[in-house]
Ligand binder design. Structure first.
Ligand code: SAH
Ligand code: SF4
Ligand code: F3S
Length: 458
């Protein structure tokens, strides 16, 4: 049995890909191991979104290689896959020559074949090194494929035998938006949607295995337009309506939305489909129209606010979460204050905020007016304080309310307590029988902190 250690970085798309890779490698007698010191294969599924993320991959490669050098006598096959693989390509072999395989996220189905090749070669080299007393070491070949081929991989990757209650299903791949700061259109290629049949088969399989919550994934999930059974273009709302018909599926989520692609059909569905969770993840990035324009985000602050109020009018339970970038080139103090202003207006409930990171081969990296790191750090801190206020206020407003919670874990710190997520993905902790893990319960919220809610079963 060949053991592989797979480490995943980056977004949910990578998490999803990794879960399917585990299924694929299982078919080839390769088994995952948590133990990084005892693997025949090390696979890093990587992220290129910010400089820190991609630097982490190279330091991780260096660390793991050193670790095995120290362990002597053992040297795994290293594979770098995902967004860094696509963006850096051959460069990875230059910076980390001990890496054998570099593979873009759309070529995962080639992984078993390449791994087997590298493992076989390793064996031959090991033998040669024993025969050759001088210790002349021959290096492993470098195997690389960083082509973008759209949906090819989905046909080849077996669905993981996931028995988790919460399941992720990628419905769309790639991005055509070309925000001027972002590497994703380069690392993941053009937008392309899986067919309804393909998605529904996967959902059906997952719900039979016990999934009650389905999360639909796509870089721009609102742009989902896979073909339906009549060969016509479908939409995210139409797809969700079909998924809602599966009896075992109790909750549906989707991520990530692009504000100007959010359809009236989806707003309407939030008013009528109770399985659709009332949390909309709608990255705004910045509150100033000038900055939005320079980012090539195709909406204005006013349009965003209008969409937020349309959503809340359609369903008053709806809450919005978002992503922000501070310190985009030429962002002035006034521009930044408009971002703070948007936070006060929309009252987001959970957000991610990032310092702008210039990325290779993006338009914004070449813009004049790059902002000092000190200013970026200061703005990030101020934004996070404002975001925290709105999240705190929302958490407090939950006290006294009855919320639906899908329990997934037994608490490791509080004996006799179980943990789950409510409609808004807030962690909820309750004293209850551990048998309730895996079920959805109505919980009356009794207290709230920034990190979680506590309550009791009613
Ligand atoms: N498709 C999604 C998210 C993609 S990446 C969307 O359009 O919103 C996730 C987040 O990373 C983005 O929302 C953005 O806030 C952040 N991000 C992307 N590129 C970045 C960069 N160069 N510097 C800092 N943050 C960045
Ligand atoms: Fe990147 Fe923009 Fe596409 Fe999101 S919409 S993945 S931020 S280019
Ligand atoms: Fe990172 Fe690629 Fe996702 S760059 S955020 S892993 S699409």
């Amino acid at each position: 049995m060949v053991l592989f250690h797979l480490k995943t970085f980056g977004c949910q798309m990578n998490v999803y890909d990794s879960s399917r890779i585990v299924g694929l490698l299982a078919e080839h007698n390769m088994e995952p191991t948590e133990d990084e010191t005892n693997a025949d294969i090390i696979i890093l599924n990587t992220c290129y979104i910010r400089e820190k993320a991609s630097a982490k991959i190279f330091s991780e490669l260096g660390r793991l290689n050193k670790l095995y050098l120290r362990l002597k006598g053992k040297s795994p096959v290293f594979a770098v896959i995902g967004c860094v693989a696509k963006a850096e390509g051959e460069n990875i072999f230059k910076r980390a020559p001990f890496v054998s395989i570099v593979l873009s996220s759309q070529k995962y189905h080639l992984l078993p074949e390449l791994l087997k090749k590298a493992l076989a070669e390793k064996e031959i080299i090991a033998k040669e090194n024993v025969d050759n007393k001088k210790g002349k070491k021959t290096k492993l070949s470098h195997l690389i494929n960083t082509e973008l081929s759209g949906l090819e991989k989905f046909a080849c990757l077996p669905v993981t035998k996931n028995t988790e209650k919460i399941a992720f299903v990628q419905v769309q791949e790639g991005c055509d938006k070309f925000c001027t700061y972002c590497v994703v259109p380069n690392t993941r290629g053009r937008e392309i949607s899986r067919t309804e049949k393909d998605v529904l088969e996967e959902v059906n399989n997952l719900q039979k295995l016990g999934a009650v919550e389905i999360n639909l994934l796509g870089q721009n999930v609102d742009c989902y337009n896979g073909l339906d059974e009549n060969g016509e273009k479908s939409s995210l709302a139409k797809l969700i309506k079909k998924i809602a018909k599966f009896e075992n599926v109790k909750r549906i989520r989707y991520t990530t939305s692009y504000p100007s692609e959010f359809s009236d059909e989806m707003i309407e569905l939030h008013a009528t489909e109770p399985k659709l969770m009332p949390l909309v993840y709608l990255p705004i990035q910045a509150g100033s129209n000038e900055v939005l324009h320079k980012m090539n985000r195709r909406y204005t602050k006013e349009q965003y606010l209008e969409l937020a109020s349309k959503l809340k009018n359609a369903n008053p339970n709806i809450q919005i979460s978002s992503d922000f970038i501070v310190g985009f080139p030429n962002e002035t103090e006034e521009d930044f204050e408009q971002t703070l202003d948007i936070v006060r207006k929309v009252k987001f409930i959970q957000c991610y905020a990032f310092k702008y990171s210039p990325r290779p081969n993006t338009v914004a990296a070449k813009m004049d007016g790059q902002i000092d790191l000190k200013i970026k750090s200061d703005r990030l801190k101020r934004l996070q304080t404002e975001l925290r206020k709105s999240q705190d206020a929302f958490n407090k407003s939950c006290i006294g309310k009855v919320m639906s919670v899908l329990f997934t874990d037994i608490s490791k710190v509080d004996d006799g307590y179980i943990i789950g997520k409510n409609e808004y993905l807030q962690p909820v902790i309750v004293k209850a029988d551990t048998k309730l893990v895996g079920t959805i319960q109505n919980i009356k919220i009794e207290s709230a902190s920034y990190a979680n809610l506590k309550g009791k079963i009613i």
